[in-house]
Each structure stands twice: as C-alpha cells, then as structure tokens.
Design a protein around this ligand. Structure first.
Ligand code: AMP
Ligand code: MG
Length: 329
C-alpha cells in the first residue's frame, strides 16, 4: 500500500465526511446541551459518524468488515426514539435515500469479528473532549493479520503544523505502514506535510502527554515517572488520539497511558489505539505497552495481551520504560 492506494483514498474521505457531520452536530446541539448536562449530542454524533463510515465502506469495499465501537441495540429501544430520529436525519443529509432501518444496519456492520483483515473505527474518540469543546478525533485504521497497515485521524480542533497541541482549525493525520506519516489541514487536505517525531534525546527535556480524564490513567504515577526522568514540566492533558498526532508531529516526546488504580485490569480497546499508534511509528517513534511489548492487534476487540501504552519519539523509549519499572507501573 502507498499514499495513492484506493484504501487510503477511502479512509481519508470517510474520516473527513464523518468529522464534518460531527462538527455540524456539535454546532447544532452541543452548546444547548452542555448547560443541561445532557450527553445526547455526543450520542447522536457517535452513531451518525459510525453509520457514515460504514455506508462509505459498503460503497467502496462491500466485502470488507468493520469493527467499531457502537451497536444499534440502544437506538432500537423506544426510550431513545428522539436520539434515533436525529441520527437518521443527520445521516440522511449525506445519504438521502437511506431509511431508518438502513441507517441502523450500517451501524451494526461494526459488530464484525476482529479477525484477519478488518477496518477499525472509533467514530468519536474523546467523547468527553467533544462535550467540553476540547480535542476529539474520528479514528479509522486498517488491520491486516494483527498489524495496523493504515491509520487516519481527523482531529477537528487540533492546530496543524509546528505547534500541534493548540486549539485550531483541524488536522488530518495519515499513516501507511512502510510509507510514512503526513498531515494536512482538515478543511482542505491538498498539500500534505511529512510528520516527524522530535529529535530530543534528553529525558530532562521530555514533554509528556496524558489523558485529560484522570480516571483513564494514573496521574500520580505519571508524576512519579516525570520525576524519575528529571522533567520539570507538567504533563499536558489532552483527550483522544489527538495526543498521538501531537507526538508524531514533534510537539511532545512521551505519551503515557498508565493503568488507573480504580481499574488495574483495564485493557485498551483496539479502536482507541490503532490509528494513532501507526502514526507515531511511521513518524519515526516507538509504541509499546508498559512492559515494552509491541501492541498486539490480533487478540480481538481489546488489546488483551498488553497493559497500558507508552509511545515516545523512540530516542527516549528505553529511558521511559526504565522509569516505569522504577516506579512500579
Ligand atoms: P483519552 O481521551 O486518551 O483518555 O481516551 C479516551 C478513551 O479512553 C475512550 O475512548 C475510552 O474507550 C477509554 N477509556 C475508558 N475508560 C478507561 C480507563 N479506565 N482506562 C483507560 N482508558 C479508558
Ligand atoms: Mg475512544
């Protein structure tokens, strides 16, 4: 595969279409809902984005399978009829011929077994970031025999370019195994720039990334790792796989996904890591679990054989694994 492959064209188009719809839903619904502490906008956007990617996959590659986060069961319950009506209406804005049943069936294409060759989708990664107006991503990847071979992240609020951690007009990041990683502005992805990790090799100057949500990580242990490395700066808190895009662009050196003390047996979901992990590897970085093992995408819908994730610019990987061992992570 290379950047001109049909798979790449499909992935970019599907991720951009889903991200565009999600942004529209956010503009329409989220401001009002936030004041009422209502999660329904993210629910509508999540299901609608999954339906759109599934529909585009059915058009482009009717035989291929999709592993995705959502299932239509909840939408089929009369309790959620109001959400379902909105999901169907938004999907019909892109696919006017689709009726409600077709939309629900598109969503359920995501229940395929995670085996052999399959696409993996997180329609909205970082739902809490979406609700807060912070970072989130549409994350789509292709997995072949346990290896991620293509990954795309559409990050509507990420600043592209030299300072990728800032809020901005949107970034599309793309990686193809063996061919590299690149980014383009999400709105007009015509000129692509290479993604390259930072060449910082001094652990004391490492910039760390972590989940915004403390329940998704172990904040205390991250502080301890930072001390062991000798870094002074506070870890940057950010939602979603946008963190991987920042690392791939050289905007940070280390991304830690440690195990929350409340859920020490948590296993990562493949759609939360696949696209971002390839992005970092193809930008010259390294991604393993906390024990230094490669992420194993052949274990089903979860990374059953891995604990947590550590991604770095490569140069600092050994030092970070050593620090993790030293603090007992
Ligand atoms: P982030 O914004 O990087 O924290 O990633 C968001 C993802 O974290 C969500 O899509 C969830 O699937 C995942 N998640 C939920 N609970 C946990 C947990 N206890 N530990 C790690 N990740 C989690
Ligand atoms: Mg997610």
């Amino acid at each position: 595969m290379n950047f001109s492959s049909v798979e790449v064209r499909f992935a970019v188009e599907a991720a951009r279409a889903a991200a565009g719809l999600v942004q529209r839903i956010q503009r329409d619904l989220a401001a009002e809902a936030l004041t009422k502490n209502d999660r329904s906008p993210v629910t509508v956007a999540d299901f609608a984005a999954q339906a759109v990617v599934a529909a585009k996959l059915a058009e482009a590659f009717p035989q291929e399978t999709l592993v995705a986060e959502e299932a239509s069961a909840a939408l089929r319950s009369p309790d959620h009829a109001d959400v379902t009506v909105k999901v169907v209406a938004y999907v019909r804005s892109l696919f006017p011929q689709a009726d409600a049943e077709t939309v629900l069936q598109w969503i359920d294409r995501g229940a395929a077994p995670a085996r052999g060759r399959f696409w993996v989708l997180d329609p909205i990664d970082g739902t809490k970031g979406f609700l807060r107006g912070d970072q989130y991503a549409v994350a789509l990847a292709l997995v072949e025999e346990g290896q991620v071979t293509l990954g795309v992240l559409a990050c509507p609020n990420l600043e592209a370019g030299r300072e990728p951690a800032k809020h901005g007009a949107g970034t599309l990041a793309l990686a193809v195994r063996g061919a590299g990683a690149r980014w383009a502005p999400l709105q007009h992805p015509t000129s692509w720039q290479p993604l390259r990790v930072s060449d910082e090799d001094d652990p004391a100057r490492a910039r760390l990334l972590r989940s915004f949500e403390s329940s998704h990580t172990n904040a205390g242990q991250i502080e301890a790792v930072a001390r062991a490395l000798g870094t002074q700066a506070e870890p940057v808190r950010m939602d979603s796989q946008a963190k991987y895009a920042v690392l791939a662009a050289g905007g940070a050196e280390v991304y830690l996904r440690l195990l929350s003390p409340a859920k020490p047996d948590y296993r990562e979901k493949i759609w939360d890591q696949a696209a971002g992990a390839l992005l970092v590897e193809e930008a010259g970085g390294r991604v393993t679990d906390l024990d230094g093992k490669p992420l194993d995408f052949s274990a089903g819908r979860l990374l059953e054989r891995n604990r947590g994730v550590v991604a770095t610019n490569g140069l600092l990987h050994a030092a970070v694994l050593e620090a993790l061992r030293a603090v007992g992570a």
